[in-house]
Structure formats: C-alpha cells, structure tokens
Design a protein around this ligand. Structure first.
Ligand SMILES: Cc1cc2nc3c(=O)[nH]c(=O)nc-3n(C[C@H](O)[C@H](O)[C@H](O)COP(=O)(O)O)c2cc1C
Ligand code: SF4
Length: 686
C-alpha cells in the first residue's frame, strides 16, 4: 500500500550536526535491562527497531565511571576500552538498516548508591535523593564534589565520548535529566555551592556547558552531540530574566548541542502511565524549546498516532518524534506508516510493564509485544514467522489476552485457526477491566488482535460459543488450546501471609461478580492483597458509583506493586480524589452482620466498623475444568484426531496480561517445532 501523503513530513531527513537522520522517527534513550552482559540480546533488540524504520536508535543510560553504579538495577557501561566491543555489536546491527546509533553517556550522581563499587556517591553539595522506592533506597549519603572531582567528571565524559566514537556511535549524549548528576547541578535544592558552579542560573548551568564542550572536543566533527535534559521542575520556577528557569537554561545553552532531547523530571511524569496521562502529555512543559534554539528538538509523549506526530511537527513543537514505549510495543511503527498500514500499528497501552522489568532487574518485557527481548535468545522476529510444519488445524478455547495472542500468531504462521469464547464479546478479563477508571487504553490489547484476526482468511471467530468436551471431540481440530482464564477466589489473607480458607457470608464478592453486573451495597470494603492495579481500580470505580468505600490492604500502600509501573503515586491521588478511605497494613479478620473486623498485620490490634459488602481482590485460580475433562478422555482424544491439548495464560498460571500474552505467543511459536535442550539461547559478554 502507498503511504498517505498526509504523513510525508514524518519521512523527511533531519540534519543533526555532522550526521543526518533518515527520517523523523527517533528512538530516544531507554534502558533495555540487558546490560553489557547480554550484548547479542541487546544488539538484536535495537536492530529490530532500525529494521522497523526508526531513523535513530539509542542505547539507554550508559555509565561513564564506577562512581555511577546503579546495581542491582541493570545498567550498561563504557568504563574502559573493554566495554567497546559489546556496544559495537549494537551499532553495527543498527547501521545495517541505515539508521543512526546514539549513546546516552550518564553519571547518576547522588541517585546511584554504588552498591558494587562502594565509592561514595558524588553530588554538588552532599544532598541525598530521598527515594521511597525500595529499589533506590540506600543508607550511604553522597559526598560533595570539589574542583578535582569536577575535573575528573569532565575527563570521564570525554573518555566515554571517545570510546563511544570507537564503538561506532553517531550521536553522543550529555545527560542532564531525572535527578542525575548534571541535573543536580541545575537545581538549587541539590546545588548549594558558593563556587563558580552554584548560585546564579549561569553558574548552575556551567557543568552542563563544560560537559558539552568536552564531548564536542572528544568527538570532533565525526559525531553529533546531543543534550537530554529534564525541564519540568525548571519550568515551574520563575526565571530572573526569562519566563522560567527552563527558558533561561535553554537560552544559555541554545545552540551548543546539535540536538535538544527534552523530557520530564520523574519517571511517573516522563514515562507517564496511560491511566493518568494522555498521548502528548509533555507538550505544556517542552513546547517553548524550539522557539529558543535553532537546533533540532526531539521530545516524547507515548506517540502512536501519526496524525498527532504530524501535528507536533507542523505546530513547531518538535522536529523529531521521540519514542521509547511506542518503539518497544511496535518496532515496525515507522514502516507501517510508510507503507500505508498505520491501522496495523500495535499501539503501546501505557501499562509500564516495560519499566517494571527494569525495576525488577531483568530484560525489558512488553504487554503488547511479546517478542521484545526475545529477538535473539528465542529467535522471535515481530513480523516474521515460520510456516506450519504440517496441515494441522488449531482450536483455541477462550478469547482473552492469551487466547487472542495464540490465535493471531498461529494465523500469522499460516495455520487454520478457530477461536471460540462463550461470551458474545471477545476480550476475556479486559471486557470488564477496561471499563474501570483510566483503563480504557488497555483495550488496545484486544483491538489490535481482533483487527489482525478479522483480516485473515485462515482465522474463524466464534463468539457466544460455549464448548464442552464432547463438542471439541467432534470438531476435528489437530491441536486444542485451553485459554479459559482464571477465577477470583474468596480466600482470605492469613496472619502468616498465606492464603487462608475462603470466607462465606452474604455480601461477599469478587471482581468476577462485579464483572457479571453485581453492584455491592454500601458501605463497601475492598480488600486487596493482589497488590496490582485491580483492587485500587475497583475501589475507585465503586466510589464513583456513589458508594462509601474503604480500601484495605496488608501492604504498606494501595496497589503496592504499582510502584514498579510508576502508577502508585497517581493511584493514591485518584483514590483520595474519589474519597476512598485507605487503610494499609490491615487484614480482614471477620465479616458479617453488617460489620467488618480488621487486624493490624504487625500488632494484631483489632478495629470494627459498619460494612455491608466485602469485595475480595486476592487470589486467582485457573479456570481449567475443560482442560481436566479433555485430559481425562485419554485415548478418546487420539481417536478423535486430537494430537495435543495445552493450557496457556491464566488457565495455566494466573498472572498479569503481559504473562498471558507471552504464554499465548510462545505456544503459537513453538507449535510443531523441534524442542531444543534449553528454552532459549544463553548470551555471554562480548
Ligand atoms: C523501559 C524504559 C527504560 C528507560 N530508560 C531510560 C534511560 O535509560 N535513559 C533515559 O534518558 N530515559 C529512559 N527512559 C525514559 C524514556 O526515554 C522516555 O523519556 C519515556 O519513556 C517517555 O517516552 P515514551 O512516552 O515514548 O515512552 C526509559 C523508559 C522506559 C520505558
Ligand atoms: S509494556 Fe506496556 S507501556 Fe511498555 S511498551 Fe509495552 S505496552 Fe507500552
């Protein structure tokens, strides 16, 4: 198909100092969690994006010295020449497709706790970053840098830039964002110095200026020098000579970098979850930059709509469309627009499971794109599939995230596939969950897969079709996949942190009851020990329906695991706004007769109050009766021509949507393949 001329502007080349980006699609620096220890995994992950049309593909933050040591979080390094080879694998892979490779040189300052190197963290004035995120918390406070430390930092940046050039990078960054060292010099709370690097805004900018100068000296005219900078906090501060300190900083450095890469200051606002921020949410903070500099500007905002991208360019907000998550969710986004297939873009849902992977210390995972991180080790290409090994056909029972992904991937491989669900609408748990506050965008998981299935002649869709074992025996499919999901239980949370016996009394519900249309009478307690998004979302939903809602959890905060996805602070704000009372560190000890009794998880102290309904968001169990019935048929299966019956997704092991999609994808990729001795190839340092 031909490209829509409306989107032509997105394919203009853009000059960035001495190099030229072939188009305006720019994968901004984002960590992959793969580190230098998995160089082939990392090179393939980045290469696929270049192949998919991203004109620039960057690394994540790359540490320039052991005093910037983020362990146990996974980070890359260019500490000495031995690190060059690992990065060269990536630049070679990116260059094969005509894209530019960028590297974000990084010093974390007071934000890195140097747990492995055991070097006292560096900072402008000894002020710590007081994180409440367990992964970032530490007890060692930073020390104040003196003049020799600043000289050493400039040398590390210059050495890092030279190594980056040797590794083949085209764009070399100075990174002054997100609480890291050069950013700390910009803010007076961190920077209380009385020397030439503190006080006035011109002095606070001095370190960034010098970092740009030494980088330029190191790379000459071979590489472009980019500045990535967070402007949110600076924009909120009135300037002495300009509208804000952000305006002043950009004006002071205006044409020094070859490229401005502008972003927000904290992960929850920068990598904003879709529950609380729309596409393009950075614009009010960064919209002025292009008016102050003549150099190209790249910015982000979970851009997946080509019309929104064109509007950013035509309105003079950005020159290059930055993407981190959209490039993970669909590495082929640019090519799809270029080929007039924009309706096929697998849009990021803004769930931030990718960010949680980094917090977990593992290679990046994506809800929408199960091939992310699997390109090399499992040989999964997002757009290429091995053809069927036989004339087998497949029946998928259950059209939730796992079943839909299995069916789409089987169909893309070329198998005749039939997918059936007893519900009249496909989507499984997402049919209910996307109606909860803020979760509509997650419906893209279903929408993209339905779009793919509807377009394929080898896929047959049967909504409203409840199948029992006897039906399946008569349907003459070679392989049967059970993707019937899971059910929420009424198990409670015990004093020893084990689930304890289900509680039975009138007025007790699970999310499945709510999905079935039950509206619990108020006052309601939502008891959440699932700890992900659902408990908080259900509490907000019921409060918005008009109930008096108390949210109770044995954890220390509401939806406690969402700390990993940047959603936690925003969920707390949303619950407060909806007037939900939050009681943390409590478990439900008794319920009935219009009252509920809570017990403090540490002291056991009890507390009783009026409560008409209890909604338990705790433990799920597989909904796998159909699987068990089929397996019990033994030889009758073979007689009916059924070679295999397999459970996937929640029907195998209840998890988040990311797990269900991966499970469905893996089943479809591996069907009729020769099993290897290991589930995936192991990578080793280069
Ligand atoms: C998994 C992940 C890792 C990230 N790591 C970095 C990083 O190493 N350096 C950086 O400057 N920004 C990092 N970011 C932030 C992104 O570059 C980007 O600013 C943010 O995700 C918003 O862009 P988007 O809406 O296109 O995702 C990361 C984002 C994600 C999703
Ligand atoms: S994990 Fe979620 S937020 Fe991250 S890229 Fe994938 S769909 Fe987007």
């Amino acid at each position: 198909m031909a490209r829509n001329p409306r989107f032509d502007v997105l394919f203009d080349p853009v000059r960035i100092g001495p190099v030229t980006a072939p188009n305006r699609f720019y994968q901004v620096p984002h960590a992959s969690g793969m580190t230098n220890a998995l160089p082939h995994v990392r090179a393939s992950f980045r290469e696929i994006k270049a192949e998919g049309g991203w004109g620039v593909v960057c690394t994540g933050a790359v540490s320039i010295h052991p005093s910037s040591d983020d362990s146990p979080l996974p980070f890359a390094s260019l500490w000495d020449d031995r690190d060059i080879r690992a990065h060269a694998l990536m630049t070679d892979a990116v260059h094969k497709h005509g894209a530019l490779a960028g590297v974000e040189l990084w010093h974390g300052g007071a934000c890195t706790l140097n747990r492995t190197s055991r070097i006292a963290p560096l900072s402008p004035s000894g002020m710590p970053w007081l994180s409440t995120h367990l992964g970032f918390m530490g007890n060692l406070r930073p020390r104040t840098m003196d003049a020799s430390d600043i000289a050493a930092l400039l040398q590390w940046q210059a050495d890092g830039a030279r190594r980056a050039m040797s590794a083949g990078f085209d764009i070399v960054y100075v990174y002054a964002g997100m609480g890291y060292l050069p950013y700390e010099f910009l803010l007076p709370e961190y920077n209380q110095r009385s020397d030439a690097y503190g006080g006035s805004i011109a002095n606070r900018v001095r370190l960034v200026r010098e970092l740009l100068e030494v980088t330029r000296d190191a790379v000459g005219d071979k590489c472009a020098v980019a500045l990535r900078i967070s402007l949110e906090e600076l924009r909120a501060r009135p300037g002495q000579n300009g509208i804000s300190e952000a305006h002043e900083v950009v004006a002071l450095l205006a044409d020094m970098p070859d490229l401005w890469d502008v972003k927000m200051d904290s992960s929850p606002t920068d990598c904003a979850p879709s529950r609380f921020s729309p596409e393009g949410s950075h614009e009010p903070v960064i919209d002025f930059v292009k008016r102050v500099t003549t150099k190209p500007v790249v910015g982000v905002g979970r851009f997946t709509s080509p019309d929104v991208m064109v509007s950013q360019i035509k309105r003079g907000v950005l020159d290059l469309i930055g993407g981190a998550r959209p490039s993970i969710a669909d590495p082929f986004l640019p090519n799809k627009i270029n080929e007039g297939r924009e309706h096929e873009i697998r849009e990021c849902i803004g769930c931030n499971i990718c960010i949680s992977s980094w917090h977990d210390g593992v290679p990046v995972r994506c809800t929408q794109n199960p091939t992310a991180g699997e390109e090399w080790r499992r040989d999964w290409h997002p757009e290429r599939f091995s053809p069927p090994a036989s004339a087998a056909s497949v029946l998928v029972v259950g059209a939730g995230p796992a079943g839909l992904e299995a069916a789409v991937t089987l169909a893309r491989r070329g198998y005749p596939v039939t997918i059936a669900d007893k519900a009249t609408e496909f989507g499984g748990r997402l049919r209910f969950e996307t109606r909860l506050p803020g979760l509509a965008t997650w419906g893209r998981v279903v929408d993209w897969r339905m779009g793919q299935l509807r377009d394929r002649p080898n896929a047959s869709l049967y909504p409203g079709s409840e199948l029992v074992a006897d039906d399946i025996l008569g349907l003459e499919h070679t392989h049967v996949v059970i993707a019937t999901g899971s059910r929420w239980t009424k198990l409670l949370y015990g004093a020893n942190e084990f689930p304890v016996d289900p509680i039975e009394a009138p007025g007790i519900y699970t999310p499945d009851d709510l999905a079935g249309g039950v509206v619990p009478a108020g006052p309601v307690v939502v008891f959440d020990f699932d700890n992900y998004y659902l408990g908080g979302a259900v509490a907000e939903h019921l409060a918005k329906l008009g109930s008096e809602v108390t949210y109770v959890t044995p954890a220390g905060s509401a939806s406690a695991w969402t700390l990993m996805t940047n959603e936690l602070p925003l969920i707390h704000r949303a619950l407060a706004k909806a007037r939900v009372t939050i009681r943390t560190l409590r478990r439900v000890a008794a319920f009935g007769g219009g009252t509920i009794t809570l017990a403090d998880v540490f002291s056991g102290a009890r507390q009783q109050f009026d409560c008409a309904s209890l909604v338990i968001v705790g433990v799920r169990k597989p909904h796998d009766e159909l699987y068990e019935e089929l397996i019990a048929l033994g030889p009758d299966l073979k007689k009916a021509g059924i070679a295999s019956v397999t459970r996937i997704g929640d029907a195998l092991a209840p998890g988040a949507i990311v797990h269900a999609v991966h499970s469905g994808h893996r089943y479809a990729r591996e069907l009729e393949s020769t099993p290897g001795t290991a589930p995936y190839k192991r990578d080793f340092p280069a």
